[in-house]
Design a protein around this ligand. Structure first.
Ligand code: PMP
Length: 404
């Protein structure tokens, strides 16, 4: 098989986006102007697809902390903590996460992807049973696959279907791992975590929740949807990333089980990959303090989310979920979605284009992620651009025949 044969499938995916002026893989931000604006194709563009939920990427506290860390600790760690030793800053951030959650164990990984991979690969053995939400992120599926465990998906956000799957496992349900997320990143819907937790505990299963998109946004103190659902004392493992609310790069896992610390001896992504740079750790640490001390960021984010949701639903579009910091417009045909995405970009608005299989339910999505850094004026401009662009793709409107 030739190299070009190997790449045929990927070329087909690229070609399926049609002969449009741009596709997401070719968008280059020539200058980053703020957490919510960049120059794209020579034009100032509002960014509403960044996951920069708290808008902290240009926050002076984060920048100062990162610059100081780089000056004092260097530009990189140049190795894994098991091989090269831990920098004090990594250990301090682990203590702060453990303190924030009131748990004995916290571990950092180099990305959110590696966090889920590291926990699942370290925890699971071939033959173990995992029951995971069908919309789980790729790294949860990958972690299960690599671990050799047997894994089964329950219907998205359906605690009764989870019960059915656990019942089917018979005695193996005890000690099985149930996995859910907090806020789901594509549709912007949230997991019924209290129900999922109750079912998992009824069967003696463990519960892992990935709060990648919900940390800093949900819960009275920003600890995520587990806090909001009142299950912090029951969930066994919580994972999260620094790459969204925390405006940095890296990931964390916290657990009420002190034994989780032993993952350091058996988790391959932890052992065989370099730890996050001092600047990344310092920025994440400053962002974690902002989550703890500046609740007004979360409030502004929610006000922005409500405003965009009201604006888009006022135009008659089918939105995937009630208001949340992720607002996805459903578009039945992926050609319409790609064309509309280009029109939005032409009018200075960058959203995420999501086509199947990344978009669940077989439809495409124009996905917006809000930021506390957006102004109301920017949000009104986003709504106005959608009104113009989607006028041409009115299959997205509920009255259109194809919207069914
Ligand atoms: N979990 C979920 C639910 C995610 O959406 C993502 C990334 N979008 C990750 C984990 C991985 O995080 P990171 O980008 O830090 O690797």
């Amino acid at each position: 098989m030739s190299i070009s044969d190997r790449f045929t499938e990927l070329a087909h995916i690229r070609d399926s986006l049609g002969s449009l002026a741009a596709d997401p893989s070719r968008v280059v931000m020539e200058k980053i102007l703020s957490p919510t604006e960049a120059m794209i194709a020579g034009k100032p563009t509002i960014l509403v697809g960044t996951n920069n939920y708290l808008g902290l990427t240009f926050d002076p506290d984060l920048i100062d902390a990162a610059c100081t860390a780089m000056t004092e600790q260097g530009s990189g760690t140049t190795g894994s903590r098991m091989a090269n030793g831990s920098f004090f800053s990594h250990a301090a951030l682990e203590r702060e996460f453990a303190d924030f959650y009131g748990v004995p164990s916290a571990m950092l990984f180099s990305t959110g992807y590696q966090t889920n991979l590291g926990l699942l690969m370290g925890l699971l053995r071939p033959g173990d049973k995992v029951v995971l939400d069908s919309h789980s992120h790729a790294c949860i599926y990958d972690g299960c696959r690599i671990s050799g465990a047997d894994f089964f998906a329950f219907k998205h956000n359906d605690a009764e279907d989870l019960r059915k799957r656990l019942r089917r496992l018979g005695p193996d349900a005890k000690g099985a791992l149930v996995v859910a997320e907090g806020l789901y990143s594509m549709l912007g819907d949230t997991a019924p975590l209290a129900d999922i937790c109750a079912v998992a505990k009824e069967y003696g299963a463990w519960l892992m929740v990935d709060e990648a998109h919900s940390f800093g946004i949900y819960g009275e103190t920003g600890r995520g949807l587990c806090e909001e659902a009142g299950i912090l004392d029951q969930v066994d493992f919580i994972t999260g990333t620094f790459s969204k609310s925390l405006a940095s790069l890296g990931g964390f896992c916290v657990s009420r089980h002190p034994e989780m610390q032993l993952l350091r001896y058996g988790s391959r992504p932890y052992i065989f990959s370099a730890s996050s740079s001092p600047a990344n750790i310092a920025a994440a640490h400053a962002a974690l303090r902002a989550v703890r001390d500046r609740p007004e960021l979360k409030e502004q984010l929610w006000a922005n989310a409500e405003r965009l949701h009201a604006g888009l639903s006022g135009l008659g579009y089918r939105l995937a979920s009630p208001p949340s910091p992720v607002i996805a417009v459903r578009v039945p045909s992926h050609e319409d979605a790609a064309r509309t995405w280009n029109e939005l970009l032409d009018s200075g608005i960058y959203v995420n284009l999501v086509v199947p299989p990344a978009a669940p339910d077989g439809e495409s999505l124009l996905r917006c992620s809000l930021s506390a850094g957006h102004s109301f004026e920017q949000i009104d401009r986003i709504v106005a651009a959608f009104e113009t662009a989607l006028g041409g793709a009115d299959a997205t409107r509920p009255h259109a025949a194809s919207a069914g």
